[in-house]
Write a protein that binds this ligand. Sequence first.
Ligand SMILES: [Zn+2]
Length: 64
Amino acid sequence: MGIYLFLIFLFFTALISLTIYISAKNKKEDSYTNLEIEEWDCPVCGFHIQAGSKCIYCDTKKPT
Ligand SMILES: [Zn+2]
């Protein structure tokens, strides 16, 4: 009986680890997506860009 309890414990440990791994991965992808839609101000012409990584007026790339 002891071996079954150990296997069940092992199964749940693996399941929890997998859940944590997937949620951490999703969180990382979310922050990446947020970065892409982040609003920024063009340092050259001062235009406020709401989407994209390039100024629509002077073609300046988004500063990192
Ligand atoms: Zn600009």
